[in-house]
Design a protein around this ligand. Sequence first.
Ligand SMILES: [Zn+2]
Length: 308
Amino acid sequence: MTTRLYTHPVFLEHLTPPGHPERPDRLRAIERVLDDEAFAALDRVKAPEGDEATILYAHPADFVARVRAAIPASGIVSIDADTSASPKSWQAAVTAIGAANAAIDDVFEGRAANVFVAARPPGHHAEKTTAMGFCLFNTAAIAARHAQKKHQAERVAIVDWDVHHGNGTQDIFWDDPSVLYCSTHQMPLYPGTGAKSETGAGNIVNAPLAPSTGSETFRDAFLSRVLPSVDAFAPDLIIISAGFDAHHRDPLAEINLTEDDFDWATGQLMDRAGRHSANRLVSLLEGGYDLQGLAFSVAAHVGRLMKG
Ligand SMILES: [Zn+2]
C-alpha cells in the first residue's frame, strides 16, 4: 500500500490580502518539492467535492450560515483581524474537508497506508462558533467525527505539532473523552491558549514550549507527554494537525526545529499507529509560512510516511 496525497487547484484560489503569510504560494512550494522523483511513488489524487453537511459535525448551523454569508462575490473581505475570505474560499474550505474525509475513508477501507492532505485554508484555530487565525472550519475535528460516524472509530487521537496552539480543536473536544487532543506549541504565542493546566475531560494534553526551544526539548516533550498519552489512549486512528511553522526559518514563531525533527515525529506517530490503530494515520496541513522551511519539512514528513 502506498501513501496518498490529496490536492486540488481550488486550494490556490482561497485568497488573502497582499503580504499575508497564509498564501497560495505555500501550496505551490509544496507541489514543487513533491515533484521530485523521490516522490514518484506517491498516489496523487484530486480531492473530491466535500459534503457541506459534514461541517455540522463540528460547527452549529447558524455559524456555518454566517461564514457562508460572509463570502464575497468579488475581492477579499476580513472575517477577523487576520482571517479573510475571497469568492472561492467556501469551495476551498469545503474541498479541504472533502479531502480530509476521503483520507479517513482511505485508511479505513484499505486504499492507502497513510495520507497527506495539502489543503488550505488551515483549520485548527476554528472554534465551534468562531472562524479565526486564518481558519474558517476545523477540518481535523470534522475528519475525526467523520471517522467516528462512518467507520465506528471509538477513539481518535489528534496530534497537533503546529507552532500555534490549536484552540479550535481543543474547544470542540473539550468535554469529549472519545477524542484525545495533544499539542506541542510555542507559549506565549497566538492564540494564547494551550497551558498544561487546560485538560478538558482529561482528554486534552498540552505541551507548551518556550521561545527558542530546539530539537532536544521538542523531542523530550513528545516523548514525555504526547506519546505516553497516545499509548494510554490506544486510538483507532491518528490524525496529525501538521503545521510546519515550528521550523527555525519560520517568521511567525521562535521555535528552532529542523526538517529532521518532523521526520522523527512522523516516525514516532507511525510507530504508534502501528501499535494501536492498524497503521491508520491521516496528516492534514495546517501552518508553515517560510516557503523553503515549509517545503523541506513537508518533504521530510511525506518521505517518512512513504517509508511505511
Ligand atoms: Zn501555526
